[in-house]
Design a protein around this ligand. Structure first.
Ligand SMILES: [Zn+2]
Length: 114
């Protein structure tokens, strides 16, 4: 699915520079997350490490890439994301893991209206 011939319709400026973060590159192992998460629900557990989290969020696509919040906010439900997937919504991220992610990928619950 990688190649799509460069026709006259190139992607919009800015879009091709969009940086994505592969979830698998920043996420702890499933076992580690399970252990830390315990009885907690996923809506209150950091998507990266499973620790308690409910103040900050990252936006993820259905291909499990994190996308910048500024981009996520402009996407409609049916809009394709830069990785050719679609938006999957926002997921909690804990205070420690937040430091691994550039600030433009993170929004507060307040900013998102949660
Ligand atoms: Zn975490």
């Amino acid at each position: 699915m990688g190649s799509r011939g460069g026709g006259p319709q190139d992607e919009e400026e800015g879009m091709k520079n969009t940086q994505l973060i592969k979830l698998s590159e920043v996420q702890d192992s499933f076992e580690d997350r399970e252990k830390r998460m315990g009885q907690r629900s996923e809506t209150h557990s950091c998507i990266l490490c499973g620790r308690k989290a409910n103040k900050h969020f990252v936006a993820m696509t259905t291909a499990c890439n994190l996308i910048p919040m500024a981009l996520a906010k402009t996407l409609d439900v049916d809009d394709p994301t830069p990785d050719g997937a679609s938006g999957q919504g926002c997921f909690p991220i804990g205070p420690e893991c937040r430091r691994k992610i550039p600030a433009e990928f993170v929004a507060t619950a307040k900013e998102l209206g949660f």
